[in-house]
Ligand binder design. Structure first.
Ligand code: ZN
Length: 125
């Protein structure tokens, strides 16, 4: 049998013999590779959803407390993850609006974060 052109199993790294398009040494390695990828992907989405959920809980808490502004540093202390948002939009006035589901917020120059429900757009817009 001939070693086929330095091809190696994508799962275990051992040399692969046989058909030119073969990527795995056997069915076990092929299944293993796909299962690991599926586990990795679901771990990634779970982690992302967890961050979004946490951010949403924090902002909901702010609104339930009856305030519309909170210092950014206080949000960070609560574990708010600035990069975990579901949407972002640049307003004409240069303000970057971030959204986590139906709650939106933006940062004011004094490091205050104004929080509002998407349905309650501040009156000055
Ligand atoms: Zn293998």
């Amino acid at each position: 049998m001939k070693l086929s052109n330095n091809r190696f199993c994508l799962n275990c790294g051992l040399p692969v013999y046989g058909r030119a398009d073969k990527k795995y040494c056997d069915d076990h390695c092929r299944n293993d590779f796909h299962n690991n990828r599926a586990v990795h992907n679901s771990r990634l989405t779970r982690l992302t959803h967890k961050k979004l959920r946490r951010n949403y809980e924090i902002l909901s808490g702010v609104m339930q407390a009856g305030v519309s502004e909170i210092p950014k540093d206080e949000l960070l202390v609560y574990g708010f993850q600035i990069k975990s948002v579901t949407e972002s939009e640049l307003r004409e006035d240069g303000t970057m609006i971030y959204g986590i589901y139906d709650i939106h917020y933006f940062e004011k120059p004094n490091r205050l974060i104004e929080v509002y429900r998407k349905s309650d757009v501040p009156s000055y817009w």
